[in-house]
Design a protein around this ligand. Structure first.
Ligand code: ADP
Length: 640
């Protein structure tokens, strides 16, 4: 006598289900796509496990997906004879949400407050098997893992709990029986027992599935047993044609998009489709997609990449990392190669010369697509850059061969335009007479960079500066010396020398004079601050602020220093340079005070305060904030 156990859904799963049940998600039809997609994956997995001898006693005779409807009982069944699930797998895979990005997604959901936004969020995330509960008030899943003798029956109304029962007899694979909610056109609940509807949905969403999807027609009304009928022939609903093997004009965008959704589990259309057909000795086809939004776990370890490998139309591997580099990990799709073994392993792929050639070609193709999008579809490109720019820039560090192509496909926030980012080429076209370099500044936010003292001379002279605020920017700028012959220079590093030849000469002579005037103060301050500062010098980049701190041209920036330290690397403290603005009354006043009495305590404290002010102005941290506050309060008190 089989026992039935009742389980509770994991909290997140329960939350998600509640949302699905009460959702106003307008396109309820997609539940069928999700069930067929799972069935197709299950058939893929069975073939793979059999190929690798990982399963014994499995039935491989007629792999297919079957759809049956019963209008009287109001049920719809999707059945496959694929890999199936064990008892534990059912609990783990159906009762819980394992995906790491999902937790974040659900938090967002709660903040959105279960309302109309939930529709958008369901769409952004895709709810897989749970989407059945959009159209059904009860779902029963009967499954038996290939090679095992007993099966598992799972039943739920989607509200809090589910039951599980072990059954002695069950066909291999999985069948999902939906007890359908009543038809309701207002609520987009169609008659999903109608063969016409099923045919239409399979054609629209699942035509490319490589396994046959068969429908057994329901018995005609008034003939419940179908006694007098000839045996009803199942009808195959899908063409099973691999989209990537067909020529461009044979396939509609909608069909491409459905394949994308099957592969990516995303419910939105992709941003861009990339096709590649390689003929010759090593023949392959690639159909790649750039999604329209970044998944929540893109920056988490163990992020699953999305390129599947097929060999001669047969699925062999998910998440094939040998095909694209980590900085293109957001790309989804299919690569189908003619001349690989079905048994190929990840290790072999990593070393295979043909695969390496394929990898090179795919990278170039994806980058070229992004570049084209930039000119032909600026809005689409803007979406791309917002979602994936940070990831793409990682390639500037790792992919030397394609560095120029990545730079050319990148864009950057700039002082030139508050809203629209610029490309490096556009920047170069706007460069002023006498300007030889491309200037940038890195930092935490646009606002803090824009107000940094380093910016002053550039603002005064109307010279454009790129504002780089992604963490990865700190790193790649160190590795990329130039773009099309123009050096990339940080305005917080080294000396700056702006303007035309005449302006530079004029400044040079003025500077020589000032240098002489301030020589004593500068040497004295350099000595006083030597613990953290390697040199105090006069600045040519300040117009308003009294002082700023800069890094030596070849030194590591403080942000990068912190980053290394956060990663647990030992890095020596880098001493930086303090620059003074000779045109500022505080600085000229200090010079007079120094000439009068170099030993005065007040002057020493002022030197220290000035250094701290310069650090604060660039958003930096003070070594001893408490002491700074004490000195500062003292000074303020004296002004009362
Ligand atoms: P997703 O398909 O996005 O992973 P689902 O909620 O649709 O999420 O399914 C969760 C998991 O349950 C699948 O990843 C798969 O392991 C398992 N599963 C679902 N349907 C089937 C099926 N028909 N046969 C075997 N396993 C299945």
């Amino acid at each position: 006598m089989p026992t039935t156990e009742t389980f509770e859904f994991q909290v997140e799963a329960r939350q998600l289900l509640r949302m699905v049940i009460h959702s106003v998600y307008s396109n309820k039809d997609v539940f069928l796509r999700e069930l067929v997609s799972n069935a197709s994956d299950a058939l893929d997995k069975l073939r793979l496990e059999a190929l690798r001898d990982e399963v014994s006693g499995a039935d491989l005779s007629d792999p297919h997906i079957a759809i049956e409807t019963d209008p009287d009982a109001r049920t719809l069944t999707v059945r496959d004879n694929g890999i199936g699930m064990s008892h534990d797998e059912v609990v783990r895979l159906i009762g819980t949400i394992a995906n790491s990005g999902t937790a974040k997604f659900l938090r967002e959901l709660q903040e959105a407050g279960d309302s109309a936004d939930s529709e958008k969020l369901i769409g952004q995330f895709g709810v897989g098997f749970y989407s059945s509960f959009m159209v059904a008030d009860e779902v029963t899943l009967l499954t038996r893992r290939a090679g095992e003798s007993r099966g598992t029956r799972w039943t739920s109304t989607g509200e809090g709990t589910y039951t599980i029962e072990t059954v002695d007899e069950a066909p291999q694979g999985t069948s999902v029986v939906l007890h359908l909610k009543p038809e309701d056109t207002e609520d987009q609940l169609h008659d999903y027992t109608s063969p016409w509807k099923i045919r239409e949905l399979v054609k629209r969403y699942s035509d490319f599935i490589t396994w046959p999807i068969r429908m057994v027609m329901p018995a005609p009304v008034g003939d419940p047993d179908g006694d007098d009928e000839a045996p009803r022939e199942p009808e195959t609903l899908n063409s099973m044609k691999a989209l990537w093997a067909r020529s461009r004009d044979e396939v509609t965008d909608a069909e491409y998009h459905e394949l994308y959704k099957h592969i990516s589990h995303d419910w939105n259309d992709p941003l861009e489709t990339v096709r590649l057909h390689a003929e010759g000795t090593f023949e392959y086809q690639a159909l790649l997609f750039i999604p329209s939004h970044a998944p929540a776990d893109l920056f988490q370890q163990g992020y699953q990449r999305g390129v599947q490998l097929y060999v001669k139309r047969v699925f062999v591997m998910d998440d094939c990392e040998a095909l694209l580099p980590p900085y293109l990990r957001f790309v989804k799709g299919v690569v189908d190669a003619q001349d690989l073994s079905l048994n190929v392993s990840r290790e072999i792929l990593q070393q295979d010369r043909q695969i390496q050639l394929m990898h090179r070609r795919l990278v170039k193709k994806v980058l070229a697509t992004v570049k084209d999008m930039m000119t032909a579809q600026p809005e689409r490109y803007a979406t791309f850059w917002r979602e994936f720019g940070r990831v793409l820039k990682e390639g500037l560090l790792s992919d030397y061969e394609n560095r120029d192509a990545i730079l050319a496909a990148s864009s950057f926030a700039t002082t030139h335009d508050k809203d629209a980012p610029t490309t490096l080429r556009q920047y170069a076209e706007r460069m002023k007479e006498g300007q030889d370099h491309i200037y940038f500044l890195t930092g935490d936010s646009r606002q803090s960079i824009e107000n940094s003292p380093h910016m002053e001379a550039f603002t005064a002279q109307g010279i454009e500066v790129l504002l780089l605020t992604d963490p990865v920017d700190e790193v790649w700028v160190e590795a990329v010396p130039e773009f099309e012959g123009k050096k990339l220079l940080s305005i917080a590093k080294g000396e700056v020398d702006l303007g035309t030849k005449e302006e530079k000469e004029e400044r040079e002579s003025k500077r020589e004079q000032e240098q002489e005037e301030y020589a004593g103060l500068l040497a004295w301050m350099t000595d006083r601050l030597s613990e953290t500062i390697k040199e105090v010098r006069l600045s040519s980049r300040l117009t308003v602020s009294p002082a700023c701190v800069v890094s030596d041209a070849h030194d590591v920036t403080p942000a990068l220093e912190n980053m290394y330290r956060a990663m647990g690397q030992e890095v020596p403290r880098v001493r930086r340079i303090l620059e003074l603005n000779a045109g500022h009354p505080l600085v000229s006043g200090m010079n007079r005070a120094y000439a009068a009495d170099a030993e005065a305590t007040g002057l020493q404290e002022t030197a220290e305060l000035l250094h701290n002010l310069a650090l604060l102005a660039e958003g930096g941290e003070l070594a001893d904030p408490a002491r700074f506050v004490r000195l500062m309060a003292d000074r303020l008190e004296r002004t009362l």
